[in-house]
Design a protein around this ligand. Sequence first.
Ligand code: GRG
Length: 306
Amino acid sequence: MTRVIESARFDIAAYLGERRRMVDDRLATCLPPESAYPEIIHQAMRYSLFAGGKRIRPILALATAEALDGDLDRVLPLACALELIHTYSLIHDDLPAMDDDDYRRGQPTCHTKFGEGIAILAGNGLLTLAFRLLSEPSEGEGHTDRIRLRVIHHLCRAIGTSEGVIAGQVADLTTQGKTFTAEELRYIHSAKTGALIEASVSCAGILCDADPAELERLGRFGLTVGLAFQIVDDILDETGSPEELGKTLGKDRREGKATYPALYGLEKSRAESVRLIEEAVELLKPFGPPARPLAEVARFISVRRF
Ligand code: GRG
């Protein structure tokens, strides 16, 4: 496996590109081919998965492995599972019953292309495949079953109904068009987006035998970066370019969503996202130079334009 060599200047674009290719190559082998019966479900799953996402969650998992001097090959199945789960959440988020979006990742959404029924099933299929991958006997070489169970358990909590992604999405849906407090907003963002980002870092930590103190730090790092990620997402919804982001913008404000810019304005939201990333990067200090890529990925999150 290629390792990114330490230098004063860190080429984040090259790093992200290299890691994205690594994840995409592995993902391509995880899914049944489009020709596998029943073809339409595999076409829909591949359509959404390979539409060109940034692969930030898998890349955070791989960078965490680097920070712990772990084996990237051993973390790749987790990295792929994270992207399968994330893509599932996007497909369902875009459905008419949720955010009702026509464009995602620069192309018509899954339900627009394949119909609602197939889109729901494609999401379900990706989620199921993620846990199949994590529990696949051949993927488990080098990890004890106990470690793999810990990872699966952590991930289930992170995407579940109490403080996980589903909880955040429920709060997001039920808050829409209503007034909301700073505490409710932080909860929605930390659960809807922060929890899966936290799990990306923490689960990689578990697989790489991080000790309890390291895991505690990595968990805080992940949650802090996750909150910042959603704040930047809110900001980009108001200021970004539809071409760069590949989706319809401005909907949050039109639909009365609970966002940072709606509560604090753009400037304060920007300042908060930068402050959170600095706080997160500070947490990596004890990991030393091997955590440089992880810190750089976090910094990328606060300046990203897509
Ligand atoms: C249990 C995972 C799960 C889902 C069910 C539908 C749903 C409940 C939750 C939706 C959560 C959601 C879509 C949160 C927004 C997260 C977010 C900021 C998405 C954009 O992520 P990027 O920028 O997108 O990483 P790309 O396309 O680059 O991957």
